[in-house]
Structure formats: C-alpha cells, structure tokens
Design a protein around this ligand. Structure first.
Ligand code: CP
Ligand code: NVA
Length: 326
C-alpha cells in the first residue's frame, strides 16, 4: 500500500516538473521583464563576484553540456558559472555519445533528463534542438545553433548597458553576415525596442522568417542596408562577427571576396560617433571581418564582452535550472 502511494506521489511530482520546465531556445522565449531580471541578476552576480562574495545557488544541481560544434567561451563560461554557483557541469562532446551511432535525439533527451537538472546544447539544426527540448523533461538552453545564439545576445546587451548606461536612443549597427548572432540580435531588438541597423551584402541578409516578425513586432526600429558606410553613420555601437560561421567552412573563400567591403576597419569606425564602441562575439579573424588595430584599439570592448558571458550565464542558469522551485 505504502509503495502504491509512493509511486503515485513520484509520478505526480514528475508531471509537475514537466509542466514547469522552461527552455531558452530563442530570445522569443523571454519577455521584457525576463530580460530586465536577467540583466539585474547578472550585474548583481558580477558585483558580488568582484567583491569575493560566494554564491552557492546551484548547489546540488548538475548541468549537461552537449556540444556538436567547437566552443571556447560558451562552454567554459557555462562550466565555470556552474562550478562557481556550487553546481556540477558535465561536458559531452556529441561525437562521444551514442548520438554518433544514431540513437534518436528524443531518446537521448529523455534519458539525460533523468540524470541532469538542465542541458546546454550547441548544435547545427534549430529543429533538432527543438526536438530535443520537446522530449526533455528538464530545461534546455540554446548554446548556439545555425539559426540563433540567444545567450550571446543577452550578454552583449548587458555589455552595452554596462558601458553606455542605457539602451534608449542608441544606434546599434551590425556589419557583416546576417547570421545566427544577428538573428538573436533581431529578436532582442524587437523585445527591447532597440534602434538596430544591419549592413549586409545582398544575399546575406538575415532570414526573412526571423527578420520579418522582428520588424513587425518592434516598437523601436530595425533597418537592413547593404552599404556599411551609410549604416555606421552616427553609430553608438558597431558589432561584427565572422564571415563564415561554423558549418560554412566550404564557402569561406567566396565569402571573403563578397564581404571584403564590410571589414570593420579604422576608416569605417571613423564614420561613427566618436565614442562608438566596437563589439565582436569572438573568435575574431583579424584582417577579415575586423582589422587588428580596431580589435586591439581603445573603442573595442571585446574582452569585457567575453567576460560578461560568465555573469550572464550564471543568471540564465539560475533562472532556468531553478524555475520549478520559485
Ligand atoms: N562567442 C562564442 O560563443 O564563443 P565560442 O564559440 O568560443 O563559445
Ligand atoms: N556566427 C559564429 C558565431 C561563433 C560564436 C558561428 O556560428 O560560427
């Protein structure tokens, strides 16, 4: 009799857990209030960390990181965030798992959900990520797909807030490929009503099914141009990223030729506001999308930008791993 009661209790607990789990697959999963709370907590954690105050909010939690693409910053900042908050990360190169031998992604997700309190996943296909998240009973966080890089855009906006003190009235200009990071910036722009301008070569604009809804939904402004000089005029922020993203290596040579006029060099930066700040999610290719002297110059904030991934990832992990407990 006692066993039956226990079984029923555990079954209902697992249903409650399933219902409560929230994923971060795109920034469209977040409300403006969620953004605000994440920024506030990330700044708080950064301040506390700087003062040497320990936080153990994720004590007893275990995070899996399944990565099917290379990563330095995202992997290490999520792992360090977990350790610093008292939890445990487990890194899984997707190629070392049974995924490589065609175990279905949904089976993998269901099993890992029984061991772990959440997953950060870096892979190619957004559809695959969504399939994984639908089968997982614990939160799934997008650590980059071909379509999006939501955690990157969150820590990037945090960096702008930190340096500029506000988002209102800023002209933020994306120069280069309308890629996964640009897509997450479009989502962020729509939700936060940013003034976001993109300069992309024709044929390399953001995907219409991401750009269109962002333009429609924003109460700020989103403009796509093909002339980088026109785009950066009076810019407060210039942002660039690689010309060939992971998975596009075969297109590299062609892209180098197409994107050459889109290099963020001193001449382009000179057309923006005097106090413009230059951002790059890294890794950077000096002499391609960004000139070496710009990356190393006084307007570049790339190292602080990279650091903020740690603080923002802590805030994200708290929000999603503890969501069923709040
Ligand atoms: N910016 C970023 O996501 O870097 P990694 O590819 O090194 O994780
Ligand atoms: N757009 C780049 C971002 C790397 C962090 C890529 O997907 O390779």
């Amino acid at each position: 009799m006692l066993n039956v009661v226990r079984k029923t209790l555990f079954a209902s607990l697992s249903i409650i857990h399933d219902k409560m789990k929230k994923d971060l697959l795109t920034l469209r999963d977040l409300s403006p209030d969620d953004f605000e709370a994440l920024f506030e907590r990330a700044f708080e954690l950064k301040g506390r960390g700087g003062m040497g105050i320990p936080d153990r909010t994720l004590y007893g939690k275990t995070l899996g990181l399944i990565f099917d693409k290379a990563s330095t910053r995202t992997r290490v900042s999520f792992e360090a965030a977990m350790v610093q908050l008292g939890g445990t990360p487990i890194f899984l190169n997707a190629r070392d798992t049974q995924l490589i031998r065609n175990e279905p992604i949904a089976d993998t997700a269901r099993v890992l959900s029984r061991y772990l309190d959440g997953l950060v996943v870096r892979t190619y296909s957004q559809d695959l990520l969504e399939e994984l998240a639908a089968a997982a009973s614990t939160p799934v966080i997008n650590g980059l797909t071909d379509a999006y890089h939501p955690c990157q855009a969150l820590s990037d906006v945090m960096t702008i807030l930190e340096k500029k003190g506000q988002l209102e009235g800023l002209k933020i200009v994306w120069v280069g490929d309308g890629n996964n990071v640009a897509h997450s910036w479009l989502n962020a722009s729509a939700i936060l009503a940013l003034h976001f301008v993109l300069a992309c070569p024709e044929g390399y604009y953001p995907k219409e099914d991401i750009l269109g809804p962002a333009v429609k939904d924003t109460s700020g402004s989103i403009v796509v141009l093909s002339d980088p000089k026109e785009a950066v005029r009076d810019a407060d922020v210039i942002y660039t990223d690689v010309w060939a993203s992971m998975g596009q290596e075969k297109e590299s040579a062609h892209r180098k030729a197409v994107f050459r006029p889109y290099q963020v060099d001193q001449a382009l930066v000179a057309l923006a506001k005097e106090d413009v700040m230059v951002m790059h999610c890294l890794p950077a290719h000096r002499g391609e999308e960004i000139a070496g002297d710009v990356l190393e110059g006084p307007q570049s904030v790339v190292w602080d930008q990279a650091e903020n991934k740690l603080h923002m990832h802590k805030a994200i992990l708290e929000k999603f791993l503890l969501s069923g407990e709040q």
